[in-house]
Design a protein around this ligand. Structure first.
Ligand code: COI
Length: 358
């Protein structure tokens, strides 16, 4: 079935006005086209089409609206100085999404075909890839269950679609340091649950804590583990790193946190610079002790949307712990610069991470 998945093309008759690059924000504007394909148990994936960006109608009983059968990805396309367009590690995103599909009882999809569709879509809407450093085209592949049925079971019908949005910095702070509250009231995920899966419900469940953090003047929350409320998990929707005594430490992928592609890229870049990296449980007490003793040099979050976001202050049990005097540290800056240089195609693709479009 997958081998026969042709992709048809219907071009938009009128093209949208594009926002200026200074006003992009994050995820507010959408390009002229989208990709859509359908799945059902008889036909598998079919009706694959690049088409004008449009709303679609859904039965109010659709599985996704009641039982949250929804998975998604986030990746970006970048425009280089010489006007080439690059995707960053797209296959890794699609493989992660397929793993999520398995966990959420949804159908896996053919990565090669979907990558082909993505490249075609980005190429068609290439005028939307911003020509400004720090800005990019954010790509959002999504899969949802759409059975008009209220019994609880995996849907028999799915939509897979990709929409695209030109974006600037995710956080208002941009690359400036953020203030993070350690969340002691709620947890994000438990091992054996779906914390390691990019599924919609994880994000819905995090919103209350994020809103409360904002009321306290923080950009995001730092999540602790669900059992002991002791070990650090993630920050907001990103992975977290601490530089303590010249060792870069990040929590391990032990089932409750997302295996970030930016996280993996940072680990591999740091190792290539002979920086010692430890993927191991790190407790909030260890971080506080390191802060008190001066051993905590830097901390930063990593994610597709935020790229690298330095943490300038931790708020834990109403005590403030500044990190690197609230300034961006040299390692965060080096990693950000190098990662962006790779993503924008300004430096050699020595890790094989970038894929040219067109
Ligand atoms: C991403 O970093 O791509 C995400 O999916 C996070 C989202 C909340 C924007």
């Amino acid at each position: 079935m997958w081998k026969d998945l042709d992709i048809s093309l219907e071009k938009a008759e009128t093209l949208k006005d594009m926002p200026s690059v200074e006003n992009l924000g994050f995820g507010r504007y959408f390009t002229d086209h989208m990709f859509l394909m359908e799945w059902n148990r008889d036909q598998g994936w079919h009706n694959a089409e690049i088409m004008p960006y449009a709303s679609f109608s859904m039965d109010p009983a659709s599985t996704v609206l009641h039982y949250g059968q929804a998975i998604f990805e986030g990746l970006k396309a970048y425009r280089s100085r010489d006007d080439q367009i690059y995707l960053f590690r797209p296959t890794d995103n699609f493989e992660r999404m397929n793993n999520a599909a398995t966990r959420m009882s949804m159908p896996r999809f053919p990565v090669d075909h979907v990558l082909k569709a993505l490249k075609g879509l980005v190429y068609l809407d290439r005028r939307w890839v911003p020509a400004a450093e720090g800005a990019s085209l954010y790509l959002r592949p999504t899969m949802i269950g759409v059975d008009p049925f209220l019994g609880l079971k995996p849907a028999d019908n799915y939509l897979f679609y990709i929409i695209m949005s030109p974006v600037g910095a995710y956080y208002a702070e941009g690359f400036s340091p953020t203030r993070i509250c350690v969340c002691t009231d709620y947890v994000r995920a438990v091992k054996g649950g779906v914390g390691d899966v990019k599924t919609a419900g994880n994000y819905a469940a995090s919103m209350l804590a994020s809103e409360q953090a904002k009321e306290r003047g923080c950009t995001q929350v730092l999540w602790l583990d669900a059992c002991e409320r002791k070990y650090i998990e993630e920050v907001g929707t990103s992975n977290i790193f601490f530089s303590i005594d010249n060792t870069l430490i990040t929590p391990p992928l032990s089932g409750s946190i997302l295996g970030g592609i930016t996280r993996n890229s940072v680990i591999r870049l740091a190792q290539s610079w002979d920086i010692e990296v430890e993927e191991r449980p790190i407790s909030i007490d260890e971080v506080i002790e390191a802060s008190d003793s001066g051993a905590l040099r830097e901390s930063f979050a990593t994610g597709t949307a935020a790229v690298i976001s330095p943490v300038g202050e931790l708020l834990y049990e109403d005590v403030s712990y500044p990190i690197n005097d609230g300034q961006t540290g040299p390692l965060s800056a080096r990693l950000f610069k190098e990662l962006q240089a790779i993503q924008y195609g300004h430096t050699e693709n020595s890790f094989g991470w970038t894929v040219k479009v067109g």
